[in-house]
Write a protein that binds this ligand. Structure first.
Ligand SMILES: [Zn+2]
Length: 387
């Protein structure tokens, strides 16, 4: 480790399970619970890095599958890793590529060794194993990497889910072995570079579908591997929200309290608040930027009450054509301080690129504000500067 003497430091834990903590990573300290904007292809779509910094984004995610296909992990590695490539010097996390291989790639062929697939871009043939996913993620050089896992289709039978989970566990152990042997190869961790001596963290992924007994077994098996953190994968894939919540609650019971917990790919603003209060430390979702690009923004029902219900506003609607109010009158973001609904409606209706950008910025600010409010309610004092 570098200057920081701790990796995960819990400041306050509530009776309901929520905790406020700090994760010390090679590129900085992250205040949790944290929402991570998704930078699929080394860009949070339509929002540039300087704006992400001003939104107080402390940790962003990039997708291994996309960067492996284009421009290629070896190219990014030669350029010093994804931080330098995209000019983002704060912490980053890469997924393992598993989810994209199983949801985007064509003609998958799964064996105990790994997955053969065809690129969604040009149909070219590729093979991902746990070792290869680790090698790609090490070349990219994010602060946190994820083990390579199989993502089972939904719905899947108990037997099918159990077999898939067993494969995920075997792949997690192989990912771990590769990480232990190769983590010093990270571009910025090389001798003579600023990150010398520091290394990437590896998180496990709990699977088990919508079956509480399998979720428990998966959590216990992964905890035995003693990884720096644990994610809960395979949720928010079409199941009812009560099931998502129930699976998260069942898994949290079996994860160690002193390590970060990350729920992948969730969710709506009220969901991320709920899960944070249950004890989830990290979440990511494409929703704020994807919805923004489609002219959908999140606002509070009562703008003056930032804990009031979340509403969705369709910017494109005719009723906004002469509306001089900001998107959300209680939001202090750079978009709401400056622009009217009428102008944003015009941009979206005209297909102007700025419309997608401004709506995405407001939605990201809305998510950031939500998590800031959760953190403040857990511990009002400013914990930004560790002693
Ligand atoms: Zn706003």
């Amino acid at each position: 480790m570098g200057a920081m003497s701790f990796f995960f430091n819990i400041s306050v834990a509530s009776a309901a399970g929520g905790r406020r903590a700090q994760i010390a990573l090679p590129h900085g300290v992250v205040q949790t619970p944290v929402f991570m904007p998704v930078g699929t292809a080394a860009t949070v779509k339509a929002v540039e890095q300087g704006v992400l910094e001003s939104l107080n984004a402390e940790l962003i995610l990039a997708n291994t599958y996309h960067l492996y296909l284009r421009p290629g992990h070896e190219l990014i590695g030669r350029l010093g890793g994804v931080h330098r490539f995209m000019s983002w010097q704060r912490p980053m996390l890469t997924d393992s590529g598993g989810f994209q291989v199983f949801s985007l790639a064509k003609l998958r062929k799964i064996s105990p060794e790994g997955v053969e697939f065809r690129s969604h871009l040009d149909g070219s043939r590729h093979f991902f194993s746990p070792e290869h996913s680790m090698a790609v993620q090490i070349a990219l050089g994010a602060d946190v990497m994820m083990v390579f896992d199989e993502c089972v289709e939904t719905p899947a039978s108990w037997e099918r889910t159990r077999d898939s989970m067993a494969l995920t566990h075997a792949w997690a152990e192989r990912s771990r072995q590769y990480w232990l042997q190769h983590r010093q190869e990270t571009p910025w961790a090389q001798p003579g570079l600023p990150g010398e001596g520091q290394h990437q963290a590896l998180f496990g992924i709990v699977q088990g579908g919508m079956y509480a007994d399998l979720r428990r077994e998966s959590a216990l098996r992964l905890v035995e591997m003693d990884l720096p953190g644990y994610a809960i994968g395979g949720l928010a894939v079409g199941e009812p929200r009560e099931v998502t919540r129930e699976m998260i609650a069942r898994v949290l019971e079996h994860l160690p309290a002193d390590k970060p917990r990350y729920v992948m790919g969730v969710g709506y603003p009220d969901e991320i608040e709920e899960y944070a209060r249950m004890g989830v430390d990290m979440m990511d979702c494409v929703l704020p930027t994807r919805a923004g690009r489609h002219g959908l923004v999140f606002v509070r029902q009562d703008p003056a009450d930032r804990s009031s219900a979340v509403q969705r506003l369709n910017v494109k609607k005719l009723e906004n054509a002469e509306d001089q109010r900001p998107l959300d009158e209680g939001c202090g973001c750079m978009v709401c301080r400056r622009y009217t609904r009428a102008y944003l409606r015009h941009l979206v209706s005209s297909g102007e690129a700025l419309g997608a950008t401004l709506n995405s910025i407001h939605n990201l600010a809305f998510y950031m504000e939500t998590m800031e409010r959760v953190r403040s309610s857990l511990a009002p004092e400013d914990l930004r500067t560790p002693a």
